[in-house]
Design a binder for this molecule. Structure first.
Ligand code: FUC
Length: 762
């Protein structure tokens, strides 16, 4: 692997947060600015959210649902919408909070030269180096998962010695204290983030039992210089080396426990952990960190290039790429950065990665930096299995397990149904209610519980881990299926439909009116169909037979099928209606093409053709994640050049000052390679990672497809260490756009078909 594909490199410091370089261990995150005179690392801890668990009285809401269903079946969309928007939707999620910044002020540095700032994706270590006053200054930063610390090493070599001060700053209610060589930031999260859908959201602090999550962050300093305790900061002088170990703990004690009244002990573990290391520990911590990281990262290697741009800054490469697309290694760098971000933002025991992974510097972040689960959170986890990082999915599995408990009451209260349900977004408190800011097009969508089960079954499908299927996936899948099974009704033609339904965030027109609520939607039906099929498959594997399974089998045979419209496109709603936004960023009706595989080029070619038509009608524009999704679609349609076109579009340089919510600007990539919705949203990084992987390899039950969508520009290359379903490791290399070698290892007996591109091999 060349440095051009495994290192982010810059020749100037970050001017703002969107140019800083992310580090993370799943729980602790940092954005390294690399500023010369005052280094700043913006910090996050994945358990810092506003709010606390709440009880809601939602009795009576299911009557509204039933009434709305009646209206919609009788074609009265207006009354259906009114009742859903006014009496059914309710509540909002809480927001993910920034921890604060650690500031390291260098007291006597002149203008710097030979400046470099980099993030090495092979080791997950960030570096800053420059020269000033005949002295070479270096900084090294990484976030260790095994030791739960962010570690920094600062050095000066030359005429000058290090003379600096270390302090914390935070936007949260907090105080800063010192104790010898340690500095602490102790604070709390707001009690509430309130939105009313009209005014700017606000955060509130309460002093009583509504107090929010408490936290303590601390940094311990070890140096060969002198440390002076300045009460609010630590002053270091006359040093050649300064080591800083930084960690944080919170009172968060689980989604259903009050973080203040029933909070977990957090101060002691933080203080104890800080005392664990001394100056001599640095190399050991670093060594352990690199080993731990490489153990996951090194499983895959992707090569397309020759290292031509090895010493060129990433920002320059990105800008250059707008006109000259010959730097194909930038695609590999973006790919590897996606894998890096997955490892840095989601590890066993951490929270799943949210809209911004774990990196957020706003008390009022866009969309609360929550878990938006009508595409975004799911997309974060699309690549992890195929890229051989199954352990990265474990926080998602844990969240789904918790939602399956929290969502029981919501199923009962809102739908009078068994099982569990969650809607279009959630948070640390596993909020499952339909969000109530007035608009049914996104708030009224109860399919995320079904979509999450896709991930659970995929984990089995990739690993063939029967214990996981039996103990974790299957019980949750059945519980999700119980909800939908209970609510399916027969339409006028005798098909079962899930009514009423929306197609996330899009709307249709009838006359001059816009509606979101339809008798059903294609996505609802595809998710339910896939869930029922997977429940039945799982029950066969586990040798289970019962009345419930018989019921869903009967329903499965009579579910409303996918339908093709007058433009040969796949229909999005129950009726062929005019779309309000033809180029809408969501493409929910193509769920069956990706991530599911109800629509398959080999098996259902006419549906694949209709999906292609729908995609063409939607066009090639979109927000960051929307482009990411399209790469996956075109890969599944086996059109590599079109997939690459979307990837190139996603690599459109987005200036860092464009970080307001924009649906109009179109997606792109910031200088630090973070996906720009805009604003920054990490899902686009992961969507592209999954899309690129699927351009090179796809697997379905007993089929493996090698190089299904190889673009003409990627004439030669190799990808090694991918995982296909059934826990099969896949290595592929090609030249002149032709496969020259491949290797499948693992349990390969059950594969019956291998395709190479579109050619059947065996
Ligand atoms: C969905 C999308 C938006 C954005 C938000 C976080 O609502 O439609 O584009 O990504 O999630």
């Amino acid at each position: 692997m060349t440095k051009a594909s495994s290192r982010l490199l810059y020749k100037r410091p970050a001017k703002n947060w969107n140019e800083a370089l992310p580090i993370g261990n799943g729980t602790l995150g940092g954005m390294v600015f690399g500023r010369v005179k005052e280094e700043k690392i913006s910090l996050n801890h994945d358990e810092l959210w506003s709010g606390y668990p709440k009880e809601y009285d939602d009795s009576g809401r299911s009557k509204c649902f039933k009434l709305a269903r009646e209206y919609v079946i009788n074609g009265d969309f207006e009354n259906a919408t009114e009742i859903i928007e006014n009496d059914f939707l309710s509540g909002v999620t809480q927001a993910y909070m920034p921890l604060g910044d650690i500031l390291i002020k260098y007291n006597d540095i002149d203008a710097a030269k030979n400046y470099r700032r980099s993030l090495n994706l092979s080791t997950a270590v960030a570096n800053v180096e420059f020269e000033a006053s005949n002295t070479k200054y270096t900084r090294e930063v990484f976030a260790s998962c095994p030791d739960k610390h962010i570690a920094l090493k600062l050095t000066a070599d030359g005429e000058k010695r290090l003379c600096l001060s270390i302090s914390f700053e935070s936007q949260l209610h907090s105080i800063c204290t010192t104790d010898g060589n340690k500095i602490y930031l102790s604070g709390e999260c707001p009690s509430d983030t309130q939105h009313n859908g009209k005014d700017m959201p606000k955060v509130y602090y309460c002093e009583d039992e509504r107090r929010g999550i408490q936290f303590l962050a601390g940094a311990a300093v070890h140096t060969d210089g002198i440390i002076t305790d300045n009460l609010q900061s630590l002053e270091i002088s006359d040093a050649t080396t300064v080591l800083i170990y930084l960690t944080a703990e919170t009172s968060f004690n689980g989604y259903n426990k009050h973080p203040y009244l029933q909070g977990k002990e957090y101060k002691k573990p933080c203080i104890e952990r800080l005392s664990r290391f001394d100056a001599a520990s640095y190399d050991t911590i670093k060594g352990k960190h690199i080993l731990d990281y490489k153990n996951i990262y090194d499983r895959v290697s992707f090569d397309l290039g020759n290292g031509r741009f090895e010493n060129t800054s990433t920002e320059y490469r990105l800008k250059r790429f707008q006109n000259k697309k010959d730097d194909i290694e930038l695609c590999v760098l973006f790919y590897n950065f996606g894998r890096y971000l997955a490892i840095a933002s989601s590890r066993k025991g951490s929270q799943p990665s949210n809209l911004q992974g774990i990196w957020n510097n706003n008390v009022l972040p866009p969309w609360n930096s929550n878990y938006t689960i009508n595409i975004n959170t799911e997309m974060n986890y699309w690549p992890v299995l195929m890229c051989s990082m199954p352990e990265i999915a474990s926080p998602l599995v844990e969240m789904v397990r918790e939602l399956s408990i929290a969502g029981e009451k919501t199923a009962k209260d809102f739908y009078d149904a068994p099982g569990f349900v969650c809607h279009h977004n959630t948070d640390l408190w596993r909020f499952t209610r339909p969000v109530g800011l007035g608009n049914a097009s996104w708030g009224f969508w109860s399919l995320s519980s079904g979509w999450f089960c896709h991930h659970l079954f995929e984990i089995y499908d990739y690993s063939h881990d029967i214990d996981f299927l039996k103990d974790t996936a299957y019980p949750i899948m059945i519980k999700a299926a119980e909800f939908y099974n209970h609510l399916l009704i027969k339409d006028k033609d005798g098909f079962y439909i899930f009514a009423p339904s929306t197609s996330p965030e899009n709307m249709f027109k009838i006359g001059d009116k816009r509606f979101a609520i339809s008798p059903t939607s294609t996505m609802s039906m595809s998710i339910i169909k896939e869930l029922f099929i997977n429940c039945i498959k799982a029950s066969k594997i586990l040798d289970i037979e019962n009345e419930f399974l018989r019921q869903i089998k009967e329903k499965l045979d009579n579910l409303l099928p996918l339908r093709i419209g007058s433009k040969n496109q796949l229909l999005e709603w129950y009726d062929e209606v005019e779309e309000h936004e033809v180029h809408h960023r969501h493409k929910s009706h193509l769920y069956g093409l990706n991530p599911a595989n109800e629509i398959d080029v080999d098996i259902t070619p006419e549906l694949a053709q209709a999906a292609k038509k729908s995609l063409e009608i939607r066009g090639d524009e979109g927000t960051g994640w929307s482009l990411g999704w399209k790469i996956n679609f075109w890969a599944r349609l086996r059109d590599g050049d079109h997939a690459l076109k979307l990837l190139e579009r996603q690599l459109r340089y987005t200036p860092c000052n464009i970080n307001r919510i924009s649906i109009v600007t179109g997606g792109g990539t910031y200088a630090n390679l973070f996906d720009a919705h805009p604003p920054f949203q990490i899902d686009g990084n992961f969507g592209a990672l999954s899309g690129i992987t699927q351009m090179l390899m796809q697997s379905y039950e007993n089929r493996i497809i090698l190089l299904p969508a190889l673009p003409s520009k990627w004439a030669q290359g190799s990808i090694k260490g991918l995982t296909a379903k059934g826990n099969i490791k896949v290595d592929i290399s090609w030249k002149n756009r032709r496969l020259v070698d491949y290797n499948l290892s693992g349990n390969i007996e059950y594969i019956i078909v291998i395709y190479i591109g579109n050619v059947l091999e065996k």
